[in-house]
Design a protein around this ligand. Structure first.
Ligand code: 8YV
Length: 323
């Protein structure tokens, strides 16, 4: 029997590309640049399976194809708001993601940003490298203490809980959470966490707020000018979820006018283009979407995508089926 044709849209770590070739008739995107709408539509006609990433925008227009061949989109990544799920469902295309394997590393990056923003690490490094540091003094570059403060977490899935674990057990933080569904008493109890029924209330009651909810239309601008205005004085905001969750203009204004103290972003609306208003914002630490970027995790993401794809072609339900 011939192997299913799998198109991998961006280059993967070598070990996973090799494993993919054992099971599938693999085509790689040798240029390793994002595909155009046209290329993606053509891929849907040409391959049995496609493994896209966050850089592939699978909008309804992309799915508007005749002679469809693709039966599964085994996404490389946990977030899948770049895939129009209703279109995929209409065409009977199965969609899977890669949860679990990136929870620790994404929470680690959120922690990195939280500490950098609180302790002014980016600013400090820039001062030093610019040869502008004139020595230690008691009032130099004073930041905010993290230990024992209150951490608000928006979205309490696997990554949100990994963040709670770091904050609570590592830094003695009090944990507040906002989640649309009721979190079980058992899970809340693990971190001694308190669930809030609105984002505003969470912002009012937290020193730090870290975002761990999905992106997409339903969470677009969940953080906006109106709720930032209610934030506790000195709030530090961290986003490792998706760029669109934060209204970037409102965030830049809030930083400029000291409505909040600082922010750390790993994701951006329309990335990799960065809104110039953010480039100019003070007290902002920015990273280029590094959440899952470790050797271990990027390999595990690939293996997990392959497992889903293999299960599908065996006739089983893939373990990470989302549609
Ligand atoms: C991935 C992420 O690197 O998995 C996710 O949702 O945000 C990142 O960590 C990227 O999305 C891969 O598609």
């Amino acid at each position: 029997m011939s192997k299913p044709k799998l198109f991998i849209t961006r280059r993967w770590p070598k070990a996973v590309e090799e494993a993919a070739k054992e099971e599938f008739d693999v085509t790689l995107n040798d240029k390793d640049i994002p595909l155009s709408i046209e290329d993606m539509s053509n891929a849907l006609k040409r391959y049995d399976a496609i493994s896209p990433t966050v850089t592939d925008i699978l909008s309804p227009k992309v799915f508007d194809v005749e002679n469809l061949s693709c039966k599964i989109l085994c996404n490389y990544g946990v977030g899948y708001s770049h895939i129009d799920i209703p279109s995929a469902k209409n065409l009977g295309i199965c969609v899977t993601n890669t949860p679990d394997v990136l929870s620790d590393c994404t929470a680690d990056i959120a922690m990195t940003l939280m500490l950098m923003a609180a302790r002014r690490a980016g600013e400090g490094e820039r001062e030093l490298r610019a040869d502008k540091w004139d020595g230690w003094r008691p009032t130099h570059m004073i930041g905010a203490k993290v230990t024992d403060k209150t951490l608000g977490i928006i979205g309490f899935g696997r990554i949100g809980q990994a963040m709670a674990s770091r904050g609570h057990f590592g830094f003695g933080m009090k944990i507040n959470i906002f989640s649309r569904s009721q979190v079980s008493a058992e899970i809340l109890g693990k971190y001694n966490a308190k669930q809030f029924s609105s984002v505003e209330a969470l912002l009012e009651e937290s020193d730090f707020v870290s975002l761990h909810c999905p992106g997409g239309a339903s969470n677009r601008h969940l953080i906006n000018a109106s709720n930032l205005a209610k934030a506790r004085s000195g709030l530090i905001l961290i986003n490792t979820a998706r760029g669109e969750v934060v209204d970037e203009t409102a965030l830049a204004d809030a930083l400029e006018n000291n409505v909040i103290k600082a922010a750390g972003l790993d994701v951006f609306d329309g990335e990799p283009k960065i809104n110039p208003i953010l480039m100019a914002a003070p007290n902002l630490v920015m990273l280029p979407h590094l959440g899952s970027a470790t050797k271990e995790t990027r390999e595990e993401m690939g293996f997990r995508a392959l497992e889903n794809c293999k299960a599908f072609f065996k006739g089983d339900t893939p373990m990470d089926k989302v549609a």
